[in-house]
Design a binder for this molecule. Sequence first.
Ligand code: NAG
Ligand code: NAG
Ligand code: ZN
Length: 267
Amino acid sequence: MSLPLFLVTLFISGSLGIPFRSGPKYQTDDYYTYEGIQEYLKGLAYTYSNRVKLTDIGKTYENRTLTTITISNGDRRTGKNVIFIDAGFHAREWLTHTAALNIIDQLVVNFKENQELLKDYDWVILPLVNADGYTYSRSGNVFINETITCNEPLTSDHQIKCWRKNRKPSAEDCIGTDLNRNFEYDWGKEGDINDPCYLAFKGISPFSEPESQAVKRVLLDLVKSGRGILYLTFHSAISLILYPWGSNGDKAENFKEHEEVAEAGIL
Ligand SMILES: *[C@@H]1O[C@H](CO)[C@@H](O)[C@H](O)[C@H]1NC(C)=O
Ligand SMILES: *[C@@H]1O[C@H](CO)[C@@H](O)[C@H](O)[C@H]1NC(C)=O
Ligand SMILES: [Zn+2]
């Protein structure tokens, strides 16, 4: 009895081209590559298709696909508030997408333990915004047990590791725009960053870069859906929770709310 059943199972799986696999395991022994992140997300969408949905939201300058993962608890309730997280705006801040992936792992794979967090919220996560810059920052020498401080002047090796911007040429002899300075609100207000060769170059115009455009589209779509949104963007340069406005230090209209959330966040 059991032999034919076994054969049938093999046949069906084979004919659909789906290999036998258990859910993907979150990798903790090394930083994921861009390809590794995409593979991991696809694995989650395949294994947990009732709770996970992937959306391609655009392409980087070097044509890498940017993908968000939407995580729900599978109850099909619409109109829940949304927590949107992105990470990896700055190429060298490798810890940020690792943190985003860890959150994804906790919400999807470790769902049972964390399901309270999905009861009234859907989560949309873009783990790696600056896929080109990150891939470039991995392309130099491997450093083991060496503390790298990304202060000028940098050695040529450290210049690769300490890369911050995207990889689209910004002038004839310079590459890259600082993606989180490429947004429209108070664009270019916080100092002299008009030099395309400088690591914090704001871009030739607001949203001149495909990566910042992609994040903008995701946010506008969420706004259009009429739900409450908490937007968190992960950086690892300093141990601070920052909330608006950064451009002039003014308090946002809902400053109290921001403060409350930030206070809760540092506990
Ligand atoms: C990205 O793809 C487009 C369309 O295939 C192509 O024209 C362009 O040269 C590619 N860009 C890079 C940087 O490879
Ligand atoms: C890095 O440093 C730690 C602590 O000093 C040591 O245990 C480890 O073997 C080192 N790793 C390599 C690859 O050198
Ligand atoms: Zn940063």
